[in-house]
Design a protein around this ligand. Structure first.
Ligand SMILES: Cc1cc2nc3c(=O)[nH]c(=O)nc-3n(C[C@H](O)[C@H](O)[C@H](O)COP(=O)(O)OP(=O)(O)OC[C@H]3O[C@@H](n4cnc5c(N)ncnc54)[C@H](O)[C@@H]3O)c2cc1C
Length: 291
């Protein structure tokens, strides 16, 4: 049996926040693909659960008249992948989520859980960083909007406070309109594997020149990151072997890979350089351009 000491089935967002605030270390149970696995492993700190699976308002995916996209924190990976608003406007997000686990995990796991568990390897994190997600959070002091930038504070850690519940992700139109993007996950296996390195890029061209370029990595530093130094090298550039080589050289200044059982930091750096070029080419190809 799972060592659950206290379980509450939330009846509203306010009810969930109230119970989350009442007891230090209480965890939210969404899809459970992290929480129940940790419980099963006997990990401490998972005995007090607030189950949010009754809160359907947290599952909605919508777009308002301004073109702002809202993705409920409880939307499963499969619901996001198969959603028309997502595939038409931010297809790289669906591309990223398709790399997660297998069908069972994608049918159950949520993007809210993927970002809020603070995992440095989260496959939704690169899309969140290059599409500049905002996070709508309900806390004991009311509702607030936080940027994805700075949300992750360390491995498994985020800015969320006790009593905080993520309600939705917000993508503003200026952050996806006319951008083409791509995601590559480097892992030992083709499925059911955690990323050794994840890499995502979004690019907006002005004729042959790069107008805006955004590059993000997972497992290349203690948190998912953007790469300002590398991004600067591409501004105004024409996509070519030379500009991509400059990009691959510059990205080393933005990353801080470490050695783990999955890969040495030297091997990770090699993959980082290679993926930076490859994902940029792919993003341009998605734009119908060639290089
Ligand atoms: C077999 C397997 C394969 C996997 N493969 C991958 C993979 O390839 N890539 C990958 O990125 N992940 C992978 N995962 C990890 C996992 O599926 C994801 O991290 C998933 O997104 C977690 O979502 P969940 O809804 O199941 O979260 P839960 O387990 O319910 O919660 C996870 C954490 O997030 C918090 N949380 C959840 N929702 C909210 C909210 N709305 N507000 C605030 N906090 C919240 C919880 O308190 C908890 O700490 C895998 C897991 C398994 C079991």
């Amino acid at each position: 049996m799972f060592p659950i000491e206290n379980y509450h089935y939330a009846t509203s967002v306010e009810d969930a926040v109230q119970h989350l605030a009442a007891y230090e270390g209480t965890k939210i149970l969404a899809g459970g693909t992290d929480v129940l696995v940790r419980l099963h492993e006997g990990k401490s700190g998972y005995g007090h659960l607030i189950d949010i699976n009754g809160l359907d308002e947290l599952k909605t995916i919508s777009m308002d008249e301004s073109g702002t996209i809202f993705i409920g924190s409880r939307a499963t990976f499969t619901e996001i992948i198969t959603n028309d608003i997502i595939s038409r406007n931010v297809p790289m997000l669906a591309q990223s989520l398709l790399t997660i686990g297998g069908p069972q995990v994608r049918n159950t796991g949520t993007m809210g859980g993927n970002i809020c568990n603070g995992a440095v390897s989260a496959d939704s994190a690169c899309a969140a960083l290059v599409y500049e997600f905002d996070l709508q959070i309900q806390g004991t002091e009311g509702e607030r909007r936080e940027s994805i930038h700075g949300f992750h504070t360390g491995p498994g850690r985020t800015i969320l406070q006790q009593g905080d519940l993520l309600k939705s992700f917000v993508i503003r139109p200026e952050n996806y309109t006319d951008f083409k993007a791509s995601y590559i996950k480097y892992a030992m296996r083709g499925a059911m594997d955690i990323a050794t390195i994840g890499c995502g890029a979004a690019i907006k061209m002005h004729g042959e020149e790069v107008e805006t370029f955004k590059l993000a990595f997972t497992v290349a530093a203690p948190t998912p990151i953007r790469c300002p130094t590398a991004e600067k090298t591409m501004k105004g550039a024409v996509i070519s072997e030379e500009s991509l080589k400059r990009l691959a050289d510059a990205v080393a200044a933005d990353v801080k890979p470490r050695t783990s059982w999955r890969a040495s930091k030297e091997f990770r750096l090699h993959i980082i350089r290679t993926l930076a070029k490859k994902v940029t080419r792919q993003a341009v190809d998605n734009q119908g351009g060639t290089c």
